[in-house]
Design a binder for this molecule. Structure first.
Ligand code: SF4
Ligand code: SF4
Length: 173
């Protein structure tokens, strides 16, 4: 199987999810036996926890909650899910995070749930995004500290994505 994530980029999100599940069924065991993959999954797990902790510590979680509860909604709009490809979705399955069957709110991203994003391994666009309000709210030193922490998560996402793609292309026919 030639895993060309970009060739799947125009598929509807439901098709990409189906494709990711198929990849997991066919290659999940192989991938989870690869030390390069398990090592990166463990690093990503730590990176995600560090990013989440920083978002709480710097007050961003509170700001977003206020925004959602008082001002009518999150910035996770419909269409952002189209940035995701099957490999990135597969990475969620490898991290034991199931993928949703359907969109919860018509005008929101397919992956937005009651408690925020339902994904664990997220697109760089989602990890990196800070609205103007949050950018203005944070002192420069905090902003730099946050970007350093989320930068590590983005680096690991990229490395794991490329590693998974390479292994699937070599092993799954
Ligand atoms: S990132 Fe900004 S716009 Fe989006 S929910 Fe948080 S505060 Fe609101
Ligand atoms: S953070 Fe999650 S819910 Fe929000 S836009 Fe990104 S994938 Fe969608």
């Amino acid at each position: 199987m030639n895993i060309n994530a970009s060739s799947a980029s125009s598929l509807p999100i439901e098709e990409k999810i189906r494709y990711a599940r198929e990849l997991f069924d066919r290659g999940g065991e192989t991938l989870l036996r690869e030390p390069s993959v398990t090592k990166l999954l463990a690093i990503l797990d730590r990176n995600i926890a560090a990013s989440q902790e920083a978002m709480v510590r710097f007050g961003i979680v509170d700001a977003c909650r206020h925004c959602e509860e008082e001002e009518g909604g999150s910035c996770c709009g419909a269409g952002i899910e189209n940035r995701y490809n099957p490999i990135l979705l597969l990475m969620n399955l490898l991290m034991s995070r199931d993928l949703p069957e359907k969109r919860q709110w018509e005008n929101s991203c397919f992956f937005l749930g009651e408690n925020g994003c339902r994904l664990k391994a997220r697109h760089i666009l989602c990890i990196n995004y800070l609205c103007l309000r949050v950018q203005k709210m944070l002192p420069p030193n905090d902003l730099i500290a946050l970007q350093t922490i989320t930068g590590e998560e983005m680096d690991t996402i990229f490395l794991l994505h490329e590693t998974v793609k390479k292994i699937l292309n070599k092993n799954i026919r």
